[in-house]
Design a protein around this ligand. Structure first.
Ligand code: 5AD
Ligand code: SF4
Length: 468
């Protein structure tokens, strides 16, 4: 097989890819009776990209299947943030290979963040020659063409140039109740451990006019909740001239009348007082903030390139807690960053003890090729990393439970999303503060915001009953 070279593929300039594609219409009978299987790894950004991928596959006539063996095309939307994300993909590729050995006509495609990693893709195409197409995070809009062309050869579309910001994208949204809305792509922060600025490119904000148009359209379609999506939403608009600030954008989105507005992810660095005031004064902006800490040690924060100190983080945290009523705050924390001493780790525990987060995503540091931290000696042994993670998790879970327990007996508003896995008569939804609730007696209420009395609280979810 003649392997295309990703180096060549990436050399194409933005000019060469400008001809494309959004207003192109495809014949949805081309792959009539054919099926697609789509698996998504990683963050909300990937989940939302998969909604676009699904719409593009359906524009060619494919219908979704959850059975690998039934699928005529398998698309794996990958994540690169930590090594275990890679491992998961390789594990699943074995199953795809087997499925293709039974049906040679199956098309296997890989996209997402791993597809943007040059070394990985070259290796992947060589070791897994049954993979037919690879497309990067900036090339999703070319998917239909890739599929139509693909019978000719193994094909890669991965551009290292900045992706464009496209508008009027069609999505096959997973939910008819809540929707993701991209407000910016990429990230300029270049935290030293993070691969995202390399796989998703520098920050590009969408125009606020287009964002508001999309939200208004979602309101018209009956959506109750939007989540504004970006790697660093508070820096929204800084890359554009005469654009709204994030606080102003939040206000404009709230003014559309949508019942719930959420946003992820905030970097502590750009979190302004205006943002806090806007969240505090609008009932339809949810009192829930994800505020990644990463480490509580000034030494480590500096080496991570986070641009704030423990003291500054805590000042911001306290301001948020003081000004936004009943706000819930969650975080991300990495343990075992190069040179992290016991004292550094204790600083992290100290912040957790002070902030008593509603919940936290905790990770063992994983060197990513091409990032500045990957050049630092990864000098903390795995046993120490695992011990620190376990100690941290115990603390985090203790506070999650404590915070959740405070809700027992209280009445909270829940947007009901669908039937629950926790029993036939149960539905599930989220509180304003983003806590998962399994609710009984509310089967008729999917898509509605209802009052729920919390009957039992656990670390990761709540049980409740619909109020009569
Ligand atoms: N190793 C471990 N965790 C990481 N994250 C990002 N990069 C790495 C890495 N190299 C974590 C950060 C980030 C979250 C999405 O993933 O905590 O906030
Ligand atoms: Fe990665 Fe830092 Fe950007 Fe978050 S802010 S995506 S951790 S570089």
């Amino acid at each position: 097989m003649n392997l295309p070279d990703i180096k060549e593929a990436r050399k194409r300039s933005k000019k060469e890819v400008e001809h494309i594609y959004l207003d192109q219409h495809y014949d949805n009978s081309t792959f009539k009776n054919k099926k697609y299987f789509l698996r998504t790894y990683g963050c909300q950004m990937n989940v939302h990209d998969s909604e676009e991928i699904a719409a593009r596959l359906e524009s060619l006539g494919f219908k979704e299947t959850e059975e690998l063996d039934d699928a005529d095309i398998i698309i794996l939307n990958t994540c690169a943030i930590r090594e275990n994300a890679h491992d998961k993909l390789y594990g699943f590729l074995g199953r795809c290979k087997h499925a293709k050995s039974i049906d040679k006509n199956k098309i296997i495609g890989i996209c997402g963040c791993m597809a943007q990693e040059e070394g990985v893709v070259n290796e992947l195409m060589k070791k897994h020659p049954y993979v037919d197409i690879v497309f990067g995070t900036h090339n999703i809009h070319e998917l239909q063409d890739l599929i139509l062309e693909r019978s000719k050869k193994q094909n890669i579309r991965v551009y290292s140039c900045e992706g464009d910001v496209y508008e009027n994208i069609e999505y096959k949204r997973d939910s008819s109740v809540k929707a993701w809305v991209n407000i910016q792509y990429g990230c300029d922060k270049f935290c030293t451990y993070c691969i995202v600025p390399y796989t998703r490119g520098k920050q590009r904000s969408r125009k606020s006019k287009e964002i508001i148009k999309e939200v208004k359209d979602l309101v018209k379609k009956g959506y109750k909740e939007v989540t504004l999506l970006g790697q660093n939403v508070n820096a929204y608009g800084k890359d554009l001239e005469d654009e709204l600030s994030f606080a102003e954008l939040l206000q404009s989105v709230a003014d559309t009348g949508i019942e719930r507005v959420r946003f992820v992810t905030s970097h502590p660095w750009d979190f302004t007082d205006d943002m806090i005031d806007t969240i505090a004064k609008n009932d339809n902006i949810m009192n829930y903030i994800h505020l990644p800490l990463q480490s509580g040690s000034d030494n480590i924060l500096k080496r991570m390139g986070r641009r704030y100190t423990k003291k500054e983080y805590l000042e911001l945290f306290n301001k948020i807690k003081d000004r936004i009523e009943d706000v819930a705050v969650t975080t991300d924390i990495i343990v075992g960053f190069p040179n992290e001493t016991e004292e550094d780790f204790n600083d992290t525990l100290d912040v957790v003890n002070t902030c008593k987060y509603d919940s936290a995503f905790t990770f063992i540091y994983s060197p990513r090729e091409g990032t500045p931290a990957a050049k630092m000696e990864d000098n903390i042994d795995m046993k120490t990393k695992e011990e620190r993670l376990q100690k941290l998790n115990e603390l985090v879970n203790k506070y999650s439970l404590e915070n959740n327990k405070k809700l027992e007996g209280k009445i909270v508003k829940v947007l009901v999303e669908g039937t629950s896995e926790k029993g036939e008569n149960k539905v599930f939804g989220y509180t304003e503060t983003m806590k998962l609730v399994n609710v009984s007696n509310a089967k008729e209420d999917i898509g509605k915001i209802i009052d729920v009395k919390i009957t039992d609280a656990k670390s990761f979810s709540l049980d409740g009953e619909k109020c009569k």
